[in-house]
Every structure is written in structure tokens, then in C-alpha cells.
Write a protein that binds this ligand. Structure first.
Ligand code: ACO
Length: 330
């Protein structure tokens, strides 16, 4: 069974409820009957039921079995507004602004997850990453002990002898433009859970990436990655982590042995932590396009409850897959 089928099987066993705030988005609607038929999750669509059903009818999509909630008309809308106002009043939130924002399905969806009315959320087919993440970060917040959320991609590279038989976790590829060394260390720790729980990687080995290997170049950018490596080793002593590494030293056993002799992970890394979002985002897209790798994600790591973002170029199948991953993490 391939990795995605394994994830779907795990999702089926959990039968979680996933809220889909983009209830009038075509690919989202097309994903819903698949989710229900394959029992991957119980989907809740947000939006005006007339508009949602109208679009579904025009597409010939059968929504039976899916709940549709219009945020502003939900019986718990006022409670959500009050809770959101209390949560944010020290940051200048007013009751009026809270009411306006809570009518936005992305805010309402995050509140459904926070309150336990849904187990997870998937959006982003028609909204930017920033617009999906902002309410999630404001409302659901980070998991205990974690201060920074990151976005990982599971990369499945065909005909590849590196990593875990061609399977890798790349982070951060989606959230934090210029992470500190402390944040990079947290991304490393959070990526281990993604590697183990979603990819079934038994021995997560983390490479902290740079343009230098173990001091081969000196620059403040390299210093950040070396510091991140030390922080990761100190804060998370159970991790198998090392750096700073160039990508070839992290991936290729011969290169790792020659550039970083004695390193416990050089040449065998299956988790790659990038020094900033430009490198991470460019890196995963290069591997996806040039090596024809499957890129699954971004998977939001370090958030208290699972929310995942879709690419606006996503397919119906991508939505089904991301819902399955969200359900597994719930
Ligand atoms: N971890 C945890 N919390 C965070 C993080 C983080 N990495 N970043 C921001 N926050 C929190 C802030 O602390 C703040 O909380 P508060 O309001 O309770 O104090 C809240 O989120 C909003 O943060 P701001 O910095 O005020 O808001 P911003 O508008 O900058 O939003 C965001 C943060 C959305 C993550 C922004 O940094 C962003 O847009 N990142 C890039 C996303 C992106 O475009 N990715 C690339 C495309 S994705 C792809 O290709 C797959």
C-alpha cells in the first residue's frame, strides 16, 4: 500500500469531522462525496446553504451526508463572537469587529476547531496561505511547548535511493519568512512527528541546511543554522539532528562521510530543515517539478489542533488527501 493509501486508511479508522470553510468552491464540493463515500472524514461545509446547494446542483455533485452551516446563522454564532472578542480584546478587538470577522468562514472554521465542534480544518483552494493561517494562529494557537508553527511537505521522490526510500519531510516551506535559530530548532522537532505519524519513518534523521557544511564557509547566515543545530540538540536531546549541512552532505552518504565525518546523520537525512522560507519554498517546488516528486502539504506543524492549507492550484484529489492527513492528526 502506498503512503497516501496508508494515510487514508488511518483516517477512516478515526472518523473525524473536518470543517471546509470554502463551501462555494468547486473542487471542494467535488471532494465532499469522495470523502463521504470512502469514509475518510465527516465534512462540514461553511456557506449559505442555498448558494452551496445551488452550485453543487449545477455541478451535478451529490452533497447528501454533508452538513452545511451558514456562520452568521449558526446557533452558536453569538457565543463564538463573544469568545473571540474575549480572546482578542487586549489586542484591540471590539465586539463589532469580532462579529464581522466571525461571519468570515475562515475565522468561523478556526473557532469550530478551537471549540471542538470540528476536529480539524482544511482551506486554501481559493484563499491565500496567509488568510488561512492568520485566523488559525490567532484562535487555535500553538501546541503546548511550541511557540512557532511551520509548514512541512512530505516529498515522495520516484526512483530515489536517498532519505527513507525516497520519502522526505521538508520544513518550513510555508509559514515563517525568516525564522530565528530557536524557531528552526522547533521546526526540526515538529517535523519528527510528521515523519513518524504520517510517513511511517522509523528513524527520523534531521539535517539543518545551509550553503556551508560544518564551518566550510563563514557568514552570519551560516551561524544561524549552526546555532539552530545546537539549540535543537540541547532542547530536544532525543532528536537525531546535525548540521549545518549543504544539501548533498545531508543526503548522499559518500558526500556526508567526506564533508561531515563522524556525523550521526550526514548522508542519511530524511528530514530537511531549511534556513528560511525562500529556500524552503523554492526547494520543495524544485524537487516537485524537476524530480517529478509528489509534494503533499503544506502540513501545518506545531499548531494545537490540525488546520491545513491547500494550494490554490490544488486538485480534487489533493483536497481529499489533505483532509485525510488532517483527520489522521486530529
Ligand atoms: N507561529 C506561531 N504564531 C505565529 C507565527 C508562527 N510561525 N507567525 C505569526 N504568528 C502569530 C502572531 O504571533 C500573531 O498572534 P497574535 O495576533 O495573537 O499576537 C498572529 O499569528 C498574527 O501574526 P502577524 O505577524 O501579526 O500577522 P501576519 O499577517 O504576518 O500573519 C502569517 C502571519 C500569516 C503566517 C504570515 O507570516 C504569512 O503570510 N506567511 C507566509 C505565508 C506564505 O505566503 N507562504 C508561502 C506560500 S505557501 C506554499 O507555497 C505552499
Amino acid at each position: 500500500m502506498n503512503l497516501l493509501d496508508q494515510i487514508k486508511e488511518k483516517a477512516k479508522a478515526k472518523a473525524k469531522t473536518i470543517v471546509l470553510p470554502e463551501g462555494t468552491e468547486e473542487r471542494t464540493l467535488r471532494a465532499v462525496p469522495i470523502l463521504i463515500k470512502e469514509k475518510i472524514a465527516n465534512p462540514i461545509l461553511l456557506g449559505d446553504p442555498k448558494a452551496v446547494k445551488g452550485l453543487a446542483d449545477s455541478l451535478g455533485v451529490d452533497l447528501s451526508g454533508a452538513e452545511i452551516i451558514n456562520p452568521a446563522e449558526a446557533p452558536f454564532f453569538k457565543d463564538f463572537v463573544q469568545d473571540f472578542y474575549e480572546m482578542r480584546k487586549d489586542k484591540g478587538m471590539t465586539p463589532e469587529k469580532a462579529e464581522t470577522l466571525m461571519a468570515d468562514p475562515l475565522y468561523f472554521g478556526s473557532m469550530m476547531v478551537k471549540s471542538g465542534k470540528a476536529d480539524g480544518e482544511v482551506a486554501g483552494a481559493e484563499n491565500t496561505t496567509g488568510d488561512v493561517l492568520r485566523p488559525a494562529l490567532q484562535i487555535i494557537k500553538t501546541a503546548p511547548g511550541i511557540s512557532s508553527v511551520s509548514g512541512a511537505f512530505i516529498m515522495i521522490v520516484p526512483n530515489c535511493e536517498f532519505g527513507d526510500n525516497g520519502v522526505f519531510v521538508f520544513a518550513d516551506c510555508a509559514v515563517t519568512p525568516n525564522p530565528t535559530a530557536e524557531q528552526m530548532a522547533e521546526f526540526a522537532a515538529a517535523s519528527v512527528s510528521t515523519a513518524v505519524n504520517l510517513c511511517g519513518i522509523k528513524e527520523p534523521k534531521i539535517g539543518m541546511l545551509s550553503f556551508s557544511t560544518k564551518g566550510s564557509a563563514s557568514h552570519e547566515l551560516v551561524d544561524k543554522v549552526a546555532k539552530a543545530t545546537e539549540i535543537a540538540k540541547t532542547r530536544f536531546p532525543d532528536l537525531q539532528v546535525d548540521g549545518e549541512f549543504q544539501a548533498d552532505a545531508a543526503l548522499v552518504p559518500k558526500v556526508g562521510a567526506s564533508k561531515a565525518p563522524g556525523s550521526p546523520v550526514a548522508g542519511y537525512c530524511n528530514i530537511l530543515i531549511f534556513p528560511d522560507l525562500q529556500a524552503g519554498n523554492i526547494g520543495y517546488k524544485l524537487v516537485q517539478r524537476l524530480a517529478k516528486a509528489e509534494a503533499i502539504g503544506p502540513i501545518l506543524q506545531g499548531i494545537a489542533k490540525p488546520v491545513n492549507d491547500l494550494s490554490r492550484g490544488c486538485s480534487v484529489e489533493d483536497i481529499v488527501n489533505v483532509v485525510a492527513m488532517t483527520a489522521v492528526r486530529a
